[in-house]
Design a protein around this ligand. Structure first.
Ligand code: NI
Length: 256
């Protein structure tokens, strides 16, 4: 079995047929799915879905794109949501300097606030980082949230960055881009980061893996990512399933 550690069944594209999406995932051997919030309403939806279905889990948080929607009231509401036993982490949070949908200073401020929230709630985080590697590392190194741990979702940094984040207690998660033909650096890195710190995800409905690139993505397709990892690590597909599932359980399900 596999666990998709980053999905958005709370996105309208997938929500419209979410039961079909879950069934196709199960048929493909994807037994559990973690739905990730990107703003307050999508966080509520992720929790509602998780409370209705045993095999679904949730993360709650505000994406850097929506940093300007974050305030004390939203923080308190997220705290209440996070009290659900189905909420396994705070996410997705982070920095996006590619789209710059929110001012960078505000992105940094809201990222720090949610790291502090995760620390307070004793939960790991799921981190979105697009073209903000330097700033992101700087913030993760700050003393206030050492030890919270979490996931670098759809990792796109260097091997050196992966090493440092692993030392800081993070796991590196791979999605569809790992299967892209031009992803040589990412594939090199995936072949050598410690196996016990690797996770798999889809980020569906985005980032469909090869050979489905450009189509609507869904959790069943995390199989392609695991197959690519098996090829890169020169081990069996079953081994990747076993290790990534163990890793997910250790980080998100066991200690909380
Ligand atoms: Ni996402």
């Amino acid at each position: 079995m596999l666990i998709d550690t980053h999905a958005h069944l709370n996105d309208p594209t997938l929500y419209a047929d979410y039961q079909g999406v879950i069934k196709r995932a199960n048929d493909a051997g994807v037994a559990e799915i973690i739905n990730v919030g990107f703003d307050y309403p999508s966080s509520v939806m992720a929790v509602r879905l998780a409370e209705k279905h045993d095999q679904l889990w949730a993360m709650v948080g505000v994406h850097p794109h929506d940093a300007d929607s974050y305030n004390d009231e939203i923080e308190n509401k997220l705290k209440k949501l996070a009290a659900s036993p189905k909420v396994v982490a705070i996410g997705e949070i982070g920095l996006d300097f590619y789209y710059d949908n929110s001012p960078r200073e505000l992105q940094r401020e809201v990222f720090r606030k949610q790291l502090a929230l995760a620390k307070e709630l004793n939960k790991p985080v799921s981190i979105h980082d697009r073209e903000a590697h330097g700033n992101l590392l700087q913030i993760l190194r700050e003393r206030d949230w050492q030890g919270i741990g979490g996931i670098l979702h759809c990792f796109s940094g260097s091997y050196e960055m992966a090493r440092e984040c692993i030392n800081l207690g993070f796991y590196v998660s791979f999605g569809g881009p790992l299967t892209f033909k031009n992803a040589v650096n990412l594939q090199d890195l995936a072949a050598k980061v410690p196996l016990e710190r690797i996770l798999v995800e889809t980020d569906c409905p985005y980032l469909s893996p090869h050979p489905l690139r450009g189509k609507v993505n869904e959790p069943a397709n995390v199989v392609y990512v695991a197959q690519k990892l098996a090829e890169l690590r020169q081990c069996s597909y079953e081994e990747i399933c076993r290790i990534t599932t163990e890793n997910t359980r250790r980080l998100l399900f066991n200690s909380r």
